[in-house]
Design a protein around this ligand. Structure first.
Ligand SMILES: [Zn+2]
Length: 161
């Protein structure tokens, strides 16, 4: 992976999810251990093994977590994100469950439609899921503004095929 791809991913994630959000996955412009990046010219995905996420672990022993899916704002609803997501799904859905934590707030646009098409289902919801982390990492949620973030997290499952 070229360093330029990391820089692109980092700035895209911060612009779509809130300043500083990418620091959950990057350190000194490098991906943190255990996280993986898929990117195209306009969209990025970050995924990781479920072992990195002890809170989700009980839901599935053989799973990947799709941490982030972000597409450039002016290219939303153009199929750019779906193309990358479909490639990811084809690559992994035969081998393991895919867990998708979705940031939810009133008016949020997210992956629900794509998840439905892939026959995913809601496993659980966690209120104020990012509250502690947003304070510790001082990131500015696009919905809540300055910490704390009080958004809900909806955890979806795309079962292994
Ligand atoms: Zn929030």
């Amino acid at each position: 992976m070229k360093p330029s791809s990391f820089k692109f991913a980092l700035s895209l994630i911060n612009s779509r999810f809130g300043d500083g959000y990418a620091s959950a996955y990057f350190e000194n412009d490098e991906l943190k251990e255990g996280f993986h990046l898929l990117s195209s010219d306009s969209a990025v995905l970050i995924y990781s093994p479920v072992e990195l996420h002890p809170k989700f672990y009980a839901h599935s022993k053989n799973a990947l977590v799709l941490n982030v899916a972000a597409v450039q704002k002016n290219l939303q609803n153009t199929g750019k994100a779906s193309a990358l997501l479909n490639g990811f799904h084809e690559q992994f859905s035969g081998h393991c469950d895919i867990l998708i934590p979705l940031w939810y707030y009133e008016g949020s646009t997210n992956l629900q439609h794509w998840i439905q098409k892939k026959e995913g289902r809601l496993l659980a919801s966690f209120n104020e899921y990012w509250k502690k982390e947003s304070i510790e990492m001082a990131y500015v949620c696009l919905h809540c503004g300055a910490p704390p973030c009080l958004c809900r997290m909806d955890l979806y499952l795309l079962p292994r095929k």
